[in-house]
Write a protein that binds this ligand. Structure first.
Ligand code: ATR
Length: 280
């Protein structure tokens, strides 16, 4: 009998110790009894190119990328798909026949988490308000425009960053609003998304008055530590349906796992509990 080697994948970042991805992928490997491993690789930005190019030689089948590598990895890949180009970041690499293929599953994770946890929401429900203009905002914008939302109001403390995204996406549905108008901009919105780091453990809360937001709107915070941010607490207390950020992390991992290990994994409560137990 031919002994096959375990399939190797992992996550690369700098630093990497806080990543929950090894915990998440190892859970699925064990659950589906697959012969594979998923490790954490701590690689300095200046060493990223050499590390990426060595993947085929090291028999590594795939990688996730995290801060600060997602935006700087493009030159080291053989092929990058449209979604990664649009988001301006690669979070997943698949090695096939010695070639390195880059994609981005964050937009998929963002939208799938929203649709699974707020089934009453649909793209046609109405305008979306997005707070933030970093990488997570780009994944949210790309997936919501693609889903067909009628309007996105994009609001960032540093307005020029939001305006830059307006220039990149060139879509008349994407409107840039002032930071000081963030509370006013909630009127008739069907979705409010926080993509900033505000509300994260150790960070101040997002300061926003929800009075103008319809109670039928969904409030989605991509922060998952803590799971219930001040924003979500405030929204839930006035009756808005809330979606937390943990699901985005779990759903973005699923297509990568399937591509590397050949099994479509499920996202369920026991996975959530397992990953949550790894939060520090
Ligand atoms: P990511 O790629 O994870 O989205 P990022 O690029 O560092 O992270 O973006 C962080 C986002 O949080 C930005 O929109 C940032 O606003 P600025 O562009 O003005 O910096 C936002 N953010 C972080 N701290 C903030 C604060 N104290 N007040 C308002 N916005 C804040």
């Amino acid at each position: 009998m031919i002994k096959t080697r375990p399939i190797k994948a992992g996550v690369v970042g700098w630093p990497i110790s806080h990543s929950l991805s090894p915990r998440l992928h190892s859970y699925w490997l064990q659950k589906y009894n697959l012969d594979g491993e998923y490790l954490a690789y701590e690689v300095k930005p200046e060493e990223l190119g050499d590390f990426i190019k060595s993947l085929p030689k090291k028999n590594i089948t795939g990688l996730n990328l995290t801060v600060p590598h997602k935006e700087i990895v493009f030159p080291f890949l053989d092929d990058v798909d449209d979604v990664a180009r649009k988001i301006g970041a690669v979070n997943t690499i698949i090695v096939r026949d010695g070639r390195l293929y880059g994609t981005n599953t964050d937009g998929y994770g963002f939208l799938t988490n929203l649709m699974e946890n707020a089934p009453e929401w649909s793209a046609e429900s109405g305008p979306a308000v997005i707070i933030g203009a970093g990488g997570a905002a780009r994944a949210a914008i790309v997936s919501l425009l693609e889903a067909g939302v009628p309007e996105i109001r994009l609001i960032n403390r540093t307005k020029s960053r939001a305006e830059k995204l307006g220039d990149i996406y060139e879509d008349s549905r994407l409107k840039i609003c002032d930071w000081q108008d963030r509370s006013k901009s909630l009127s008739d919105a069907a979705l409010l998304v926080n993509t900033t780091t505000l509300g994260m453990k150790g960070q101040p809360a997002l300061d926003i008055d929800l009075t103008a937001l319809p109670v039928s709107a969904v409030v989605y915070d991509i922060v998952y530590n803590p799971l219930e941010t001040d924003l979500l607490k405030q929204a839930a207390s006035r009756g808005n349906h809330c979606v937390d950020g943990l699901g985005m992390l779990l759903y973005q991992a699923a297509p990568a796992f399937q591509a590397w290990f050949g099994k479509q994994p499920t996202v369920d409560q026991s996975l959530r509990d397992h990953v949550l137990a790894g939060l520090t």
